[in-house]
Design a protein around this ligand. Sequence first.
Ligand code: CIZ
Length: 298
Amino acid sequence: MLQEKIKELKKKRNAIILAHNYQLSEVQEIADFTGDSLELARIASNVKEDVIVFCGVHFMAETASILAPNKIILFPDMNAGCPLANTITAQDLRDLKEKYKDAIVVSYVNTTAEVKAESDYICTSANAALVVEKIPEKRIIFVPDRNLGYYVSKKVKNKEMIIWDGFCPTHQRILPQDIIRLKEEHKDAKIVVHPECRKEVLDIADEIASTSGILRFCKEDTNKKYIIGTEAGLLYRLRKENPGKEFILASPLAVCPNMKKITLEKILCTLENMEPQVKVPETIREKALKPIERMLSL
Ligand code: CIZ
């Protein structure tokens, strides 16, 4: 059986499997840890194993490589990219910095290592508002997610935000009318959405949170039913961790094709061949580490 073969080979290679909250349920099941990209990067920097099989999208494996340079980061499918991260290049960001010389750059973790290397701070969807709030300077270049930027600008006053016009195509497919229709059918449900959703969706939500925030909120909250506006993979953990509650996906289209590229067959193959690997070059890594450390120190 595939699962057994993976477990055997994992032991032989002294490897650990990390999976993002948006991965296929069978991948989450076989993983040693499941979490958001920052939780996984933090785990990656502390594991004792030599090899990390990173199940997520490319920028996440890069973030693990930045924080754990001495580990081998196996990434089962090099084509599992992030279209949001790919909306901005390092040159685009250099041009923006040139235009707004007094601005501080806050980049969402969904960026390439090269873009991180050009940034002052990194943030995640869990701490974006906090990071921006703590920066004393008034003018902030925020990249690449316009919806997360909108959410932050609503929460943090007295900042001038220059927001890049990127978005996640998967979250963009969740429409306000999907949610309004579901709410009519399930009047007792709370609407919980990710800040990468379009602003018309954010405006009608009861709660806006990162994947780890959604998991926490739904566990601690006393309601029994939720309409969830984020990638479908999160429902695996929500249902597993809250057996007495009901979770309804806001849209059947909220499925990220890149996250779903990682399969058990590819995990086995990557452990057999010890490739493909993700390794951020040292010159970029050193620069990209600084804004991550600055975020962690806040
Ligand atoms: O940071 C992550 O893992 C992403 C992309 C989303 C989230 O909210 O966890």
